[in-house]
Design a protein around this ligand. Structure first.
Ligand code: FCB
Length: 445
């Protein structure tokens, strides 16, 4: 039988992604820990507790990542550990992060480090975190401390993870720890302050390490009107897409705020972007008028497949569309997150292959996609969904801390080691894909 193999560039980064609060455990000093204790906010009353025990032993999972052939890993630093009280920095925490980053290097794993991934130190939350402009100076100082402590071990930085999701889930909807004030205008203010934080951190990193690459992780989702929609729905889809997908990145490139984010120049912001990190999960559908407090809906318009819990539609083509849409920033692109909740691993092998086919397709057009980070290495604490969602290539039981490789982990291992995806992998891990992904027939002999 003829076999098809799609090769990736030799220096392509194959990684997985995590964030501090989701894996470290015992992050008692941040707003998420508090939110979990308050009760009623997390599915099934879940709590992060020990999470994946990374603070004690990230090395054990890094061994697994290395065995899987990962040559990169995206992690985040926990501000509340680095600066447990305002202006009080914990050198032991910095040393622990040095150890973890060193452990990556010794295993041939290149770190990509995020400075802010959804969690805030308690003291900062009490001062109003992103509601107040003070956060920019605090963030600059935190970044400076981190850069002085671990900058020699890091070549790729992400300042802020998914600002628009943070805005939606915290200021419009009630999934994330409550800010001092919810609502549209408080949210816009927070987004402006986050841009200021990004610019401040960019400056601090570049001052000490001019060759470091600094980007952001932007959740990018194609936003469309429901197929039954009318012109108004389609107009609204374009507005929402511009707001959710482009406004933030365009502000960074031009240094200028645009409505509804604000107006005018932000000092030091223009051009502070060396790469675009795309976090891609799915597309979204809209109709006008939207439901109050909702920007978009998830669902499938044409009998497509949803994740096991109906969380989102499986829509691999959207990853290609996201990459294509980000080309106009003229920057290297990393897929900084992509994955799905799937405890039984029924859908994940096909998910991985079909999404990587879109990445490969982009690369074959010479689009500058430099790496792919699957979310996630092991099951971890999924924010408001707690432990009810399992995103790991490797399953992890939070009670016993036992790790078990899902078939997807074996598949990803083959991909990372071979630097390719193939019809042979599809035949073994996701035969339902063969007709769609590899429709050609071998000639009869
Ligand atoms: C993204 C978050 C990440 C994880 C995945 C499933 O929005 O950045 O922390 O929760 O979703």
């Amino acid at each position: 039988m003829a076999k098809a193999t799609m090769f990736f560039p030799p220096d392509f980064l194959w990684g997985t992604a995590t964030s501090s609060h989701q894996v470290e455990g015992n992050n008692r000093n941040n707003d998420w820990w508090q939110w979990e204790q308050d009760g009623g906010h997390i599915a099934d009353g879940g709590r992060s507790e020990l999470a994946c025990n990374w603070w004690e032993d990230a090395e054990a999972d890094l061994d697994l990542a290395a065995e899987m052939g990962n040559n990169a890993h995206r992690l985040s630093l926990e501000w509340s550990r680095v600066e447990p009280q305002p202006s009080v920095f914990d050198d032991e925490a910095i040393s622990r992060y040095r150890e973890i980053l060193q452990a990556m290097h010794t295993r041939g794993i290149e770190p990509m480090v995020t400075l802010h991934h959804f969690s805030n130190p308690m003291w900062l939350a009490e001062k109003g975190d992103f509601d107040t402009g003070l956060v920019i100076d605090y963030f600059r100082r935190y970044a400076a401390k981190v850069v002085a402590g671990v900058g020699d071990l890091v070549t790729k930085w992400i300042t802020i993870n998914e600002p628009m999701v943070y805005f939606l889930y915290r200021y419009l909807e009630e999934y994330f720890p409550a800010p001092a004030a919810r609502g549209w205008s408080a949210g816009m203010r927070a987004l402006r302050h986050m841009l200021g934080c990004h610019a401040a951190a960019y400056g601090v990193i570049k001052e000490s390490y001019p060759r470091a690459q600094v980007g952001i992780a932007k959740q990018y989702r194609p936003i469309e009107a429901w197929p039954s929609g009318n012109r108004l729905d389609r107009w609204w889809a374009r507005r929402v897409s511009h707001f959710f997908n482009d406004l933030w990145l365009e502000s960074i490139i031009s240094g200028r705020l645009r409505w509804p984010l604000g107006h005018g120049l932000v000092k030091g912001l223009a051009g502070t972007l060396d790469f675009v990190g795309i976090n891609y999960y799915s597309r979204s559908l809209v109709r006008f008028p939207p439901r109050p407090g909702r920007l978009y809906e998830s669902g499938t318009p044409d009998g497509g497949t949803m994740t096991e819990d109906g969380f989102f539609e499986l829509y691999p083509r959207g990853l290609f569309e996201a990459i294509q849409a980000c080309l106009h920033y003229k920057k290297p692109i990393y897929i900084s997150e992509n994955g799905l909740p799937d405890a039984t691993d029924k859908l994940r092998p096909a998910f991985i292959l079909s999404h990587l086919r879109e990445v490969w397709r982009a690369i074959s057009f010479n689009f500058p996609v430099m790496g792919y980070f699957h979310w996630s290495l092991v099951d971890n604490f999924e924010w408001d969904r707690g432990w009810t969602q399992r995103f790991g290539l490797i399953s992890m039981d939070p009670e016993t801390q036992t790790r078990t490789w899902r078939p997807s982990a074996h598949l990803y291992k083959e991909i990372c080691h071979g630097n390719n995806i193939s019809s042979d992998q599809a035949a073994r891990y996701a035969p339902q894909l063969l007709d769609h992904m590899f429709p050609g027939q071998a000639p009869e002999t």
